[in-house]
Every structure is written in structure tokens, then in C-alpha cells.
Design a protein around this ligand. Structure first.
Ligand code: PAF
Length: 303
């Protein structure tokens, strides 16, 4: 176990540490998190350790991305365990700011995005992506990373962040890590720990529906409404209160009627009080169809 991980709680301290890192000519990778780390986060930290000379993990439960009545107050906090996990992984710097070092009462600036947030989680969680973009823009400015790592599980978030980074000229390359899953297919999420045993047993039905739809695509089905029916049926069987089941273009995130090119099949729903999301991206062409990760080519102008 390496015990060399530094911890910073203020942007100024972070800037001081990173100025030295930059003087040494090292590349910096950033993995933004809200803590309650699971294997999904760990895989992103490992990606950063592989691709960057110096890895920064931020841990901040960002109040601005939680809506009224959402789970901000009960969002899981496992700080001691998170610190130990990151130390063991070999993370170089843990940036753990408190609310007041990120936001002030005089803040007035918003970061919002058009169209990419119209559907999926953007439609059901108004203001959510404004909150995500604001904090990620601040983190990008505070850390000035060469690379930043996000999970495909939050595919819409990743697309929106990539767009913001390109539009606002953050010279950062965004990498997407594949969704890490439990043995029964359930996507890892900090929120899974809210599930009762019974809900946990039913939770994989969302993934099962998405897999059924992906298989249908592989077998030639292109009709988005048929694909959505397969996902909906499986989630209904699992007792989900469905928030959305959508088939959207993987670049524009606008609904499509036919699955062609790179598409994202995405679903969200509640089991009891717990909201879960998942998705599968598929590359569909005349020669066939296969699961894929969404791709972000636009960083290349900073290579
Ligand atoms: O994906 C998350 O955990 C959060 O949305 C992020 C990117 C850390 C911003 O708060």
C-alpha cells in the first residue's frame, strides 16, 4: 500500500500542489466523484493511473445537481473507506472540498447546454445537468487536467460534459469507462445500497430489458418502438416505476424512430424510492450491429 496520497480541501491548496506537478512536466488525470466509491469509480481511477502521470480524484457531493425532494441528504457518505481505497489504488491527490470552497452566496454564473439535455435524465431532472456542468467546469478550472474520466453508465452526462469541454475550449481529453456490473448485470451505482433485498433481486430486470433490445438489434430489429417495448416489458415485470425508456442518437441524444448509426438505448426507473439508470450503446450498420462505447473525437484539436 502506498501512503503517498496527498489530500487537499481548498482550491488554493490544490493549485499549489498541481503547479509543482506541472513544473515537473507530468500529465494530470482527473476523476470527478461524489464519493461512496464502488468498482465503477475504481475502474476509472485505474484508467487514469494508466494514462496519466498524476491522478487527482475529487470527492464532492454537489448540492447543485440534486433537485427538490431528491436524495442529497441521504446520499451515501463513506469517506474513510473512500480515502483508504484511493490510497491503496495509488491515487496521487484527493481533492475533497467543502461546499463553501466550491460555491459562494454571491455566485451568479450558470453553465447550461441546449438540446443535449432535452431528453432522458434532462427531462425528468430539471436543472440537474446545469448543476453537473457548473461543478465540472469549476473542477476543470481548478485542476486543469489533461485527461478526465467518466463512466458510460451516466452516458448523457458524459456527452454533455464532452460538449461543454469542446464548446468552452477546456483543453482536456474526456475518456469514457465501460459500465462495471454486478454478476447479475446490475450496473454498479452508489445508490444501489438504498435497495431492499427484494428490490435488489428485481433490479437486474432493467439491464435484462436493455440486453433483450440489443439482441433484437443484432437480429435485425430496427424499429425503436419495438426495442423500447422490450425494455419496458422487462422493467414492468421487475416492478419498476418507469421514468423513461428511450432510443436516441448517440451523438445528438435526440429520439430516433429507427436504430441506425450509433444509438443509445437508455432507461431510468424507480424501485421503491431508489432511482436507477442504465444504458447500452450500439453501433448499427449495414454489416451488422455491436455494443460500443460512445466516442468523443473532439478533444483531438488539443492533441
Ligand atoms: O457522476 C458523478 O458522480 C457526478 O455527476 C460528478 C461528475 C462527479 C459531478 O458532480
Amino acid at each position: 500500500m502506498t501512503l503517498k496520497m496527498k489530500k487537499a480541501t481548498s482550491p488554493a491548496e490544490t493549485a499549489r500542489i498541481l503547479a509543482e506537478v506541472r513544473r515537473e512536466g507530468l500529465s494530470i488525470g482527473l476523476v470527478p466523484t461524489m464519493g461512496a466509491l464502488h468498482e465503477g469509480h475504481i475502474s476509472l481511477v485505474k484508467m487514469s493511473l494508466e494514462r496519466s502521470d498524476y491522478t487527482v480524484v475529487s470527492l464532492f457531493v454537489n448540492p447543485k445537481q440534486f433537485g427538490e425532494g431528491e436524495d442529497l441528504d441521504k446520499y451515501p457518505r463513506t469517506e474513510d473507506r473512500d480515502v483508504a481505497t484511493l490510497e491503496e489504488l495509488g491515487c496521487d491527490l484527493l481533492f475533497m472540498p467543502d461546499r463553501d470552497s466550491i460555491y459562494t452566496d454571491t455566485d451568479r454564473t450558470k453553465v447550461s447546454i441546449s438540446s443535449l439535455g432535452d431528453h432522458l435524465c434532462g427531462a425528468s431532472r430539471p436543472g440537474h445537468f446545469d448543476g453537473v456542468l457548473l461543478v465540472v467546469a469549476k473542477l476543470f478550472n481548478m485542476v486543469n487536467p489533461d485527461h478526465a474520466f467518466f463512466g458510460q453508465k451516466d452516458a448523457q452526462q458524459a456527452v454533455i460534459i464532452q460538449r461543454m469541454a469542446a464548446d468552452l475550449d477546456f483543453p482536456v481529453r474526456i475518456f469514457l469507462g465501460p459500465t462495471v456490473r454486478e454478476a447479475d448485470g446490475l450496473a454498479m451505482s452508489s445508490r444501489n445500497r438504498y435497495l431492499t433485498d427484494d428490490e435488489r433481486n428485481r433490479a437486474p430486470r432493467m439491464r435484462a430489458g436493455l440486453v433483450a433490445a440489443a439482441e433484437a438489434i443484432t437480429n435485425g430489429e430496427r424499429d425503436a418502438s419495438m426495442l423500447k417495448k422490450l425494455v419496458t416489458a422487462s422493467m414492468t415485470e421487475g416492478g419498476f416505476e418507469i421514468d423513461y425508456v428511450e432510443c436516441v442518437d448517440g451523438g445528438t441524444l435526440q429520439p430516433v424512430t429507427s436504430a441506425n448509426g450509433t444509438i443509445l438505448l437508455a432507461a431510468a426507473g424507480k424501485l421503491g424510492r431508489t432511482r436507477l439508470i442504465d444504458n447500452i450503446a450500439m453501433k448499427v450498420g449495414p454489416e451488422g450491429a455491436a455494443e460500443t462505447l460512445l466516442e468523443f473525437p473532439e478533444w483531438s484539436r488539443y492533441e
